[in-house]
Design a binder for this molecule. Structure first.
Ligand SMILES: C[S@@+](CC[C@H](N)C(=O)[O-])C[C@H]1O[C@@H](n2cnc3c(N)ncnc32)[C@H](O)[C@@H]1O
Length: 345
């Protein structure tokens, strides 16, 4: 592990973000989250890292440092959940709602890493007409960082999903981070991502029945010797018969009038489009269906769309697994950023 840059992942979830860093040659020392299930998956997939269940509302960096013995780190990464910010004039008000963001700032202040990467929802850059974004930049500038931000579209970096996320990167020594240019000329579509996974459930660990059917499948299988987390959802007869009327890439508008309103949200009765990157994978709301089968994608299919390798196994209940997958930063996108960040260390 010597000479590899070190990383702490705050609000790590199952560790999609830090997995991209491991694959880029970093040594992830620690992941922290208050969600036990996610930490179980994190520890199982980040074997050299410590994973601790802790509430970052309460635990200070000093306490975490004492508890883990970690005194220095090269890079701090993480996605603090931001439920919203109260703003007065041009400042974020210090209240409960921004404590998790402040916790991230405190860790950066305490450890003074060479680089930090903070991920968030895209609208963080426009909240309060840009006041939130400007405050974030200022907060870190006061700690001696040069900060840049950008909203990236995952499908432009080899991920079969049109997921947008905002990233703030801070570097020391006035060397401004330059975000990597989109890496793929040909977008990976949903069929490329999941067409080798069957209609029915598989027992965990069972061997692949066919060879990979796309370059992406070859990449994502890596050295995996079996398929995990491919348990299908059994829908009611009514659900199955309604979704069977929606074509590949279609939605509720393809249904007869009397069926359109059978679910109360616009995103209901949507099918993935086999020829396009997927829309953003959610945390298991069960409104988005497979492009061909009359069921929602399995956890493994969702993980493929999020660019998790097949060797990354999700633990916990099925509901929890969907949430772990849906919350994550796609590892392939994280990997592109991690490789770029290496140039600044
Ligand atoms: C967007 S997810 C992070 C996903 C992760 N970066 C990944 O790529 O897999 C946000 C995480 O923050 C965690 N979280 C929310 N409140 C927290 C708190 N008070 N203390 C610690 N973790 C918290 C959630 O459990 C969730 O896993």
């Amino acid at each position: 592990m010597k000479n590899k840059p070190t990383v702490i992942d705050l609000f790590c979830g199952c560790g999609g973000l830090s997995y991209g860093f491991i694959e880029a040659g970093y040594d992830v020392l620690l992941g922290i989250d208050h969600w036990k299930d996610a930490i179980v998956t994190f520890k199982n997939t980040h074997r050299n890292a410590k994973g601790i269940v802790a509430d970052l509302f309460k635990e200070s960096p000093e306490e975490i440092s004492k508890q883990t013995g970690i005194k220095n780190v090269d890079v701090i990464i993480g996605g603090p959940p931001c439920q919203g910010f109260s703003i007065a004039g041009k400042r974020i008000i210090d209240d409960e709602r921004n404590q998790l963001y402040k916790s991230f700032v405190n860790f950066v202040d305490y450890y003074q890493p060479k680089v930090f990467l903070m991920e968030n929802v895209p609208n963080i850059v426009s909240m309060g007409k840009g006041v939130v974004r400007d405050n974030i930049i200022e907060d870190f500038e006061q700690l001696g960082y040069t900060v840049v931000y950008k909203v990236l579209l995952a499908s432009e970096y080899g991920v079969p999903q049109n997921r947008r996320r905002a990233f703030f990167v801070g570097t020391k020594k006035n060397k401004e981070f330059i975000f990597p240019k989109p890496t793929n000329e040909n977008q990976v579509n949903t069929k490329d991502a999941i067409s080798d996974l069957p209609e029915k459930s598989l027992v965990d660990g069972i061997n692949y029945k066919t060879g990979p059917k796309s370059e992406y499948q070859k990449l994502i299988r890596g050295n995996s010797n079996g398929i995990y987390n491919h348990e299908i959802t059994n829908h009611s007869e009514q659900t199955t018969s309604i979704i069977s009327l929606v074509p590949d890439g279609g939605n509720y508008k393809d249904l007869p009038d009397e069926l359109r309103k059978t679910r109360n949200v616009n995103i209901a009765w949507t099918r993935l489009n086999s020829k396009k990157p997927s829309f953003t994978i959610d945390t298991g709301h069960r409104h988005h269906f497979h492009y061909k089968y009359n069921r929602v994608p399995t956890v493994r299919e969702s993980a493929r769309i999020q660019s998790f390798p097949d060797t990354f196994i999700f633990l916990g209940s099925k509901t929890s697994q969907y949430k772990q997958v849906g919350n994550a930063v796609p590892p392939i996108l994280a990997n592109v950023l991690a490789k770029e960040i290496k140039k600044y260390l």
